[in-house]
Design a protein around this ligand. Structure first.
Ligand code: ATP
Ligand code: MG
Length: 418
């Protein structure tokens, strides 16, 4: 019996896995530099947190959650997204009573029982950032700029920013009613008809061509914004422009989750086919109250690590080769292995990246391994060198070889590699 990773999941293996690490770091770095603190929440939560926080009418809650009953009889769900957990943690720890806004970032695994396809997995990874406790267009703009800076720092050139506003408690109801009137007249299946009554905005997010075709003349939320929402949106757009971040207005952009208000945005990449969103987010002013917390406005994004890796590959941008080392040690024989082992440890403690040949390979196999390692230098130790108290340091690019006394190897290699 052999096992495979479950459907919709896969392993990131070297050398591609190196890009995954680089993407996580690069996407989080701008937020960290902007005062966002790291938050780590559990990979599972009370099911109710997601059904209330993500929304009963969303695909995530109705079809995609990994829900199970714990041995203690509690209904738990593997987290399908991060915002509800972060807001739960902020409420639980009473952070809203301290300095505002609260700025947090996270990184981790998320789980959705989706139809598995390229760029759409059942286990995937996101880097996210949230800012709570201030309703300030500069905060919306800040988050968007940070995400764009993260993509740019990876060298990505084909990420586009789509921007919209979904209005607020004041203006959304009238828009919702107008949209419902429009949608009820269309030729739609029963499930979609039900969705019109529960959450009509979500129908605009339908990806099916036969539905999309009918939505061409749907009323646009941007034509229904109240004065305050319009002004807020103008301010966000102005700040983005001032920071040199281009955007495209997309009045049809709605997001998969129920809790968004005002600013919504998505980052798309054109090299990814149907699964083009590499990230998205927006403002969610009602979420805290929806999960039993105080009134606490918030804005945030989640960036897909896996799709960002695919975007890098689509642009031909690959990270450094995996596990690349500076030095490769080649002991010829057992005594040489005993002597070279502590030297390898000392080189590593001195900050060099060092690997060695294992498994008692002959000189030919060991030198091949040294070449494959990408190392600049090989440190070779044979019987004669042991007697002489020295190692052979071979420059693998020029093939120059010099004997270096044991006691000097660390300094010599540190010097040559600096
Ligand atoms: P989509 O419209 O593609 O389903 P979404 O609106 O469900 O995306 P979010 O919940 O906003 O996505 O998640 C933010 C980002 O996380 C997405 O833009 C995407 O890059 C990534 N992501 C979401 N779901 C998946 C998945 N099943 N597999 C891989 N990445 C995902
Ligand atoms: Mg989705």
């Amino acid at each position: 019996m052999t096992f495979q990773a479950p459907k919709g999941t896969f392993d990131w293996m070297p050398p591609r896995s190196e890009t995954v690490l680089a993407v996580r770091d690069a996407l989080a770095a701008p937020a960290r530099r902007a005062g966002y603190g790291y938050v780590e929440t559990p990979a599972f939560e009370d099911t109710g947190l997601f059904s209330r926080g993500v929304g009963e009418s969303t695909d995530i809650v109705t079809k995609e959650m990994y829900t199970f009953t714990s041995r203690g009889g509690q209904s738990l769900t593997l987290r399908p997204e991060g915002t509800a957990s972060v807001v739960r943690a902020v409420i639980e720890h009473g952070l809203y009573g301290g300095p505002l806004p609260i700025k947090l970032w996270y990184s981790g695994s998320f789980f959705r029982y989706e139809r598995a396809q390229a760029g759409r997995y059942r286990h995937f990874s996101q880097v996210g950032a949230e800012a709570l406790g201030a309703e300030d267009p500069a905060l919306d703009a800040e988050l968007i700029v940070l995400a764009m800076d993260g993509y740019a720092s990876l060298g990505l050139r084909r990420v586009r920013l789509l921007l919209n506003s979904l209005g607020c408690k004041e203006c959304r109801p009238a828009y919702r009613a107008a949209l419902q009137d429009f949608l009820r007249a269309l030729d739609l299946d029963e499930a979609t008809r039900q969705r019109i009554e529960i959450n009509p905005l979500r129908v605009l997010d339908d990806k099916r061509p036969e539905v999309r075709a009918q939505l061409a003349d749907a009323p646009l939320v941007t034509d229904h914004l109240c004065g305050a929402c319009k002004a807020y949106h103008e301010e966000v757009r102005g700040l983005l422009t001032a920071a040199g971040v281009p955007y495209e207005d997309d009045p049809r952009l709605v997001r998969g989750l129920d809790y968004y208000t005002r600013t919504t945005f998505e980052f798309v990449h054109d090299g990814l086919g149907a699964q083009s969103a590499v990230g998205g987010g927006g403002r969610y002013d009602g979420l805290s109250e929806m999960i039993g917390g105080p009134q606490l406005p918030g804005v945030g994004w989640a960036l897909g690590v896996d799709r960002t890796v695919l975007a890098l590959e689509a642009e031909g941008l690959l990270a450094e080769r995996a596990g690349r080392v500076d030095v490769f040690a080649v002991p010829l024989g057992e005594e040489a292995r005993r002597r070279i082992f502590p030297l390898v440890a000392a080189l590593r403690r001195a900050g060099l990246a060092v690997d060695m040949s294992f498994g008692g390979r002959g000189v030919k196999g060991a030198m091949k391994a040294a070449d494959r390692s990408g190392a600049r230098y090989a440190v070779i130790l044979g019987d004669r060198d042991i007697e002489a108290g020295a190692v052979q340091v071979k420059d693998l690019t020029t093939a120059d070889q010099t004997a270096v006394p044991f006691a000097e190897v660390v300094d010599v290699l540190k010097g040559r590699l600096s």
